[in-house]
Design a protein around this ligand. Sequence first.
Ligand SMILES: Nc1nc2c(c(=O)[nH]1)N[C@H]1C(S)=C(S)[C@@H](COP(=O)(O)OP(=O)(O)OC[C@H]3O[C@@H](n4cnc5c(N)ncnc54)[C@H](O)[C@@H]3O)O[C@H]1N2
Ligand code: MOO
Length: 461
Amino acid sequence: MTLKEPLPVAPGTDDTRAGGPHRAAAWPEARAAAVRAGASARAGRAPLGVPLGQALGQVMAEPLLALTDLPPFDTSAMDGWAVAGPGPWTVRPEGAVLAGQASPAVTADGEAVRIATGARVPAGTTAVVRTEHSRTEGALLHALREVVPGQDIRPRGQECRAGDELLPAGTAVTPAVLGLAAAAGYDELPVPPRPRVEILVLGDELLTTGLPHDGLIRDALGPMLGPWLTALGADVLATRRIGDEAEELYAAVTGSTADLVLTTGGTAAGPVDHVHGVLDKAGATLLVDGVKVRPGHPMLLARLAAEPTRPEPTRPDPTPSDPTPSVATSSERTRPARVRHLVGLPGNPLAAVSGLLTLAQPLLAALTGAAAAAPAPPRVPVRDEVHGHPFDTRLVPVVRRGGRAVALRFNGPAMLRGIAAADGLAVIPPGGARPGQELDVLDLPWPAAEGAVPAQGACFT
Ligand SMILES: Nc1nc2c(c(=O)[nH]1)N[C@H]1C(S)=C(S)[C@@H](COP(=O)(O)OP(=O)(O)OC[C@H]3O[C@@H](n4cnc5c(N)ncnc54)[C@H](O)[C@@H]3O)O[C@H]1N2
Ligand code: MOO
């Protein structure tokens, strides 16, 4: 089924609301729906100006326009002599023109003045003669090679003119971008606000410390998801542990101020699986209700009901009778409602990772505009045959060895042993992959360890 937003509704039903029939989307369509959801929430999020030192790794919310010509003035490209007209030249007695000097004296025809790389060339200069290509004889300077007019002068505006677009919006801020922005006159860069995420970990069976006992197990998702989302550029407001209590979940979902609420567990149809019911009660719209992917097929994406629109107070012009009015009552504008989403991750830990990469990551990337900056996932040939699901996509932890993806063992839905040793998750199409077949590999938001000594020997199939 092709997933549209909103989902097509059968006549006489309202099954885009949570609680409607389960309609699994194909994996690529689910990702596309997540991108659309993020893009829809992006509108109206004003960029923030952050100091250059804090912008690394973010994306630019606006194009980088040059604030100045570069170079900003005609500049000497070499240490040597600024000369005017044909030689030999009379060496001017005053000292050298150095980088950083504001306005060196004019060079008259037949004159030469010592100059340093990066110095502003004096007006009247026709060329720069490198030190090693010159010889002085008393007060006369001779060139040892032919002098071409304009040589070794970087003319003002050679790289850009003020107002030129240096980089488009959506460019990832790398160290090189920081350097260019500084050269072009920036103190701050406009970046999208970091998406605010709240994590709700469901399950009465979860322990936060110690060893499993009496049917209780350790919460593996609470410690994993916050740092993972931080690595994806999110601002994690809180990781809250909520029991299998529908009321508590409802209060947490409806009371959250996050752009994205992430729940873990409770997505299936068990006796205490409350996510669908709570979304229905909260008036949420299901955009993805199950995905044809293994592990993780019960994952879901919902748009939360809009917050009530609040009137935005505006200050009217002060009048003599009321010089400092605090809030206007007559001229009120309405602030646009913020679009917020919920991603329900299945409780099985690798299934939760699958949901994170399938729904949450593309949504967050579209929300910040990073999706436009991100390269397509690399395609890597797989070393060995990988069994597929007959109808669904599989996501399988892999390491890269010698340019090939090698599938790891311990890739069951409840296991993290494979992913903890992996460089990425290979996307296995329905039906499986043959040796040498090129596969998309979803990168993890930390450096891959190609060539590193594998600590994961036991995970190889
Ligand atoms: N009748 C069916 N039952 C199930 C189906 C199904 O299609 N029909 N799907 C299975 C699949 S696949 C998955 S995945 C799970 C998804 O279930 P939930 O999202 O409702 O998750 P829970 O039932 O709450 O938990 C599942 C499993 O994961 C463990 N868990 C939960 N949270 C954590 C955590 N934070 N850390 C570690 N482990 C966690 C939990 O104890 C359960 O073992 O449903 C299947 N059932
Ligand atoms: O697909 Mo479940 O998500 O097998 O663990």
